[in-house]
Design a protein around this ligand. Structure first.
Ligand code: ZN
Length: 197
């Protein structure tokens, strides 16, 4: 089975509007397991399929970030945020944007519906860090990055870091460590068709 890797800005997967998961099979379960491993390795608390170049509506979280607290792991398949209440600012980061941090306004309380890895639907009311992680990861499935949700002056401050990341990706492409833009997009389309046909 394919080995996943976290991709970084400006990989086209991070701008992909992903498609619903249509079947939960051994391949998908293997991917989810790899996503948790990659998330813990990178010391994250959430990881969306887009961040491992899979164009499907799915993300994983563990707000503790601690693999020993596996009871806090949660898989969200085809999630939908159906209610948002209140708002507050807090600093966010993203595994696809190393060293980039900025305050983001998010809803204080949300209700999210999704399917779990057994295909059972569930609804949860979330607030605080849990609600924030789910809003951040859910954005990824629409190709939205947290840096899209900051004001112009903050984005201007972050721009040099984003430019650095773009330069690193170009370098990897020039060195042949990463496929070129057209090939990356072609692969995303292939994956999309493979599991939504
Ligand atoms: Zn992120």
């Amino acid at each position: 089975m394919s080995e996943l890797k976290i991709v970084y800005h400006p990989h086209p997967a991070l701008r992909w509007k992903s498609k619903d998961v249509t079947r939960i099979d051994a391949q998908l379960k293997d991917w989810v397991e790899q996503m948790f491993d990659l998330m813990y390795e990178a010391r994250g608390i959430g990881l969306a399929a887009n961040q491992v170049a899979l164009p499907y509506r799915l993300f994983v979280i563990n707000p503790s970030g601690d693999p020993d607290q596996a009871d806090l792991e949660q898989v969200f398949i085809n999630p939908q945020i159906i209610k948002r209440n209140g708002s507050y600012d807090a600093e966010e980061g993203c595994l696809s944007l190393p060293e980039v941090y900025a305050p983001v306004t998010r809803a204080e309380k949300i209700v999210v519906e999704a399917f779990d890895l057994d295909g059972r639907d569930f609804a949860m009311e979330l607030s605080g860090i849990n609600g924030r992680v789910v809003q951040h990861e859910n954005d990824h499935l629409d190709g939205v990055m947290f840096t899209d949700r900051v004001g112009d002056s903050v984005r201007a401050e972050l721009q040099p870091l984003l430019d650095d990341l773009a330069g690193q990706m170009q370098h990897q492409q020039a060195e042949g460590q990463l496929a070129d833009e057209a090939a990356l997009i072609k692969e995303l389309k292939r994956l999309e068709v493979e599991r939504t046909a």
